[in-house]
Design a protein around this ligand. Structure first.
Ligand code: FES
Length: 181
C-alpha cells in the first residue's frame, strides 16, 4: 500500500516537472548572437574578455541564482539556472544563463522575480525575459539586457568568458575600470 502511494506520488512529481519544463521553455527563442557581439566589443577596445571562474554547476540547482562581477569590478551580473533548455544556456540541460544586473534604461538594479521567472528592474519596472536572451518584454528599457557568455568545464566549473551588448554606463565593456580576474 505504502509502495503504491509512493509510486503514485513520484508519478505526479514527474508530471509536474514535465509541465513546468514545457511552460518554461515555451518562450525560449534566440534574439541575439552573443558570440558575434563579444568579438566586436573586444576588437574595438583592443582587449580580450577575461575567463573568470564564477561557480560550480553542483551548487546551482534549478531556480538558484548567484551574483558576480564581470568583466569589470563592480559590474554585477546574475547567474541563474532556469530549469529548462534555453538558447545560449549551458550545463547538461542548457538551462544556465547570466545577465548584467544594470537596467538598460537608467542603470538601476535588475533582479530575478521568482514568481514570474522574469528579470525586473526596481526603478521603473522594465521586464526582461531570461529565456529569450534578455529581451525587453515591458517598460521603458530601450535595449535587451546584456547576456554574459558562459562556458563549463569537465569539473562542472562555470566560467564567464564574454558579454553580448553594451553594459549600462560603459562606452565599452572592457574599458574604464578594473578588470575582474
Ligand atoms: S532604470 Fe530600469 S526601468 Fe528605468
Amino acid at each position: 500500500m505504502l509502495k503504491e502511494k509512493k509510486e503514485a506520488s513520484e508519478a505526479q512529481d514527474m508530471t509536474r516537472r514535465k509541465i513546468l519544463k514545457a511552460v518554461c521553455c515555451a518562450g525560449a527563442v534566440s534574439v541575439v548572437s552573443a558570440v558575434a557581439l563579444d568579438k566586436a566589443g573586444a576588437a574595438l577596445s583592443g582587449r580580450t574578455y577575461p575567463q573568470v571562474k564564477i561557480a560550480n554547476i553542483k551548487n546551482l540547482p534549478a531556480g538558484k541564482t548567484f551574483k558576480f562581477d564581470y568583466p569589470l569590478a563592480g559590474r554585477k551580473n546574475i547567474l541563474v539556472n532556469l530549469g529548462c533548455s534555453v538558447e545560449g544556456g549551458i550545463g547538461a540541460d542548457k538551462s544556465i544563463v547570466a545577465y548584467s544586473m544594470f537596467c538598460t534604461h537608467l542603470g538601476c538594479a535588475v533582479d530575478l522575480d521568482k514568481e514570474s521567472g522574469m528579470l525586473v528592474c526596481e526603478c521603473h519596472q522594465s521586464i526582461y525575459d531570461p529565456k529569450q536572451s534578455g529581451k525587453v518584454i515591458e517598460g521603458p528599457a530601450p535595449n535587451n539586457l546584456p547576456m554574459i557568455s558562459l562556458e563549463v568545464d569537465n569539473n562542472g566549473d562555470i566560467y564567464a568568458v564574454g558579454a553580448a551588448g553594451l553594459i549600462y554606463g560603459l562606452r565599452n565593456n572592457l574599458l574604464d575600470g578594473e578588470e575582474v580576474r
